[in-house]
Design a protein around this ligand. Structure first.
Ligand SMILES: *Cc1c(COP(=O)(O)O)cnc(C)c1O
Length: 481
């Protein structure tokens, strides 16, 4: 039985009215965001309503939109609020609604072929090459985030050093076991990439850090020499620009020297910190990043592009293409027509079909301009410094790590409480702040001590928000101890 009605609206005017109303709801949500709790738990009824049966037949758009407004919008992560300080989240912008709409209208697939969306992505790639002062040979790919970017970069590194035959023979066919190096403060996505690439997490050496949480380069030297003496093949060194715990930056220029000395691929995890190059004041701290073989970073963190969007930048575009390119007959290119536009983006990573993430990144950079985005980054670092000052001046608060960039790790201390009791107290304070919807820091451990961790990658945060946070932490410390 054939029903030749498409999925398009039968009544475009009704659709238009409904879509405009939905847009208004979304805009109002963002406009009034600060008046609502930073976070609130998803009510049991809402969770229950999401255990429904398969929707065999369709529902009215008005009904669905009303449900989203009532049941979904208020119960997000919280990162669109000025007092969200947990983990590392970007805060997004209302402007992000616009490219998302246009991207949906075009419904483009950026796996390849010859169409304008790919040109937009190429523009973003060129801009990234320029931002990080990479050479003309450089290229890259817009991806979901730094985890994916890291995987792609390390695959390129693996093949560059282990040989392209690894693509067929697997890692067991390598002449010698491939090993890599990163610091103890590195993000877990690096070890995960070692796992996924078949290298094994044990092949990633975890190098100790110094008092400033930067990689100890003497220990790095020693580890490389030991592996060489054991007949292994050191192939990559992974530095971090902005560690997730404390925001420290590895000595990138020195790492680049060491990578050169031993012929290693230098990868930099700059998930949020790399974009500090957009601030003239902070840029010198990232010296050496321009020497990396590859760099992974996120647009969705410190650039505030709405989730999700990250980037892998490689110094030599060809290294990345060789590690992934597969062109079976049904994906053959052409010099003319729609199948032209070589090379295709699907040759640069594991995904064939790819959405138009590039549009929101391009829009965001074009709309706000990199100077303003860089100024917001700089401002967040100043705010973290001001927070550290307030902590230092407040009785009963103790800073647990130096504030290097935009992250402050500290805790409430009270006389007579031992380490275990302090861990318990500070953990409880963070949960209370979150559950009361007042603010959302997260926790981590610094030298074994549980820390309240305030990460400021938030263009909405003001000093008054940080003062409010500290006041509430102190009050909760009193009430709970
Ligand atoms: C967030 C983060 C990652 C992972 O990035 P995703 O975009 O979440 O995949 C990796 N490294 C650091 C330092 C991070 O902060």
């Amino acid at each position: 039985m054939s029903d030749e009605t498409s999925l398009d609206p039968t009544d475009w005017e009704a659709f238009r009215t409904n879509a405009h109303a939905a847009l208004d709801v979304a805009i109002s949500h963002m406009e009034t965001r600060k008046q609502s709790p930073v976070w609130q738990p998803v009510p049991a009824e809402v969770k229950q309503s999401l255990r429904a049966q398969l929707p065999r037949s369709g529902e009215d758009a008005e009904v669905l939109n009303a449900r989203i407004a009532r049941d979904f919008l208020p119960f997000g992560v919280g990162n669109t609020h000025a007092r969200f300080f947990g983990w590392v989240h970007g805060s997004g912008t209302p402007e992000g609604l616009i490219p998302e709409m246009f991207a949906a209208a075009m419904n483009a697939n950026l796996g390849g072929r010859d169409h304008v969306a790919n040109e937009v992505e190429k523009q973003v790639i060129d801009w990234c090459v320029e931002i990080f002062s990479f050479p003309k040979t450089a290229g890259g790919l817009i991806v979901s985030g730094t985890s994916m970017a890291t995987l792609i970069a390390l695959k390129a590194a693996r093949e560059k050093h282990g040989g392209l035959d690894l693509r067929k023979g697997g890692v067991t066919s390598a002449a010698a076991q491939l090993v890599g190096y990163t610091s103890q403060q590195a993000h877990s996505c690096i070890a995960r990439s070692f796992d996924i690439l078949g290298l094994g997490q044990d092949a990633l050496r975890s190098i100790p850090t110094d008092a400033a949480f930067q990689m100890d380069t003497d220990a790095l030297h020693a580890a490389i020499r030991q592996d060489l003496a054991a007949g292994l093949q050191p192939f990559c060194l992974i530095g971090t620009a902005g560690t997730v715990n404390v925001g420290s930056i590895d000595p990138l220029d020195e790492l680049a020297d060491i990578a050169q000395e031993f012929g290693l691929w230098l990868h930099v995890d700059g998930a949020f910190g790399a974009l500090a190059v957009l601030s003239e004041k902070l840029k010198p701290r990232l010296k050496g990043i321009e020497r990396a073989n590859s760099l992974a970073f996120d647009f969705h963190k410190w650039m505030h592009v709405n989730y999700d969007a990250g980037f892998v930048l490689t110094r030599d575009d060809e290294d990345q293409r060789r590690a992934f390119s597969e062109r079976p007959e049904y994906l053959e290119g052409a010099t003319r027509g729609l199948a032209a536009g070589n090379p295709w983006f699907c040759e640069y990573g594991p995904e064939l079909s790819r959405g138009f993430r590039a549009l929101k990144v391009w829009y965001h950079m074009s709309r706000f301009g990199l100077d303003r985005l860089g100024a917001k980054i700089s401002e967040n670092c100043d705010q973290a410094g001001a927070l550290a000052d307030v902590i230092a001046q407040t009785d009963g608060l103790e800073l647990l790590a130096p504030v290097s960039l935009n992250i402050a790790c500290f805790r409430v201390v009270r006389d007579g409480l031992g380490e275990a009791a302090l861990d318990q107290l500070n953990s409880e304070i963070v949960v209370e702040l979150q559950e009361k919807g007042l603010a959302a820091p997260s926790t981590t451990r610094i030298n074994g001590k549980l820390a309240i961790r305030v990460n400021i990658t938030n263009h909405r945060t003001q000093i008054s928000d940080l003062k409010f946070l500290v006041e509430n932490i102190v009050a909760l410390g009193d009430a709970l101890s």
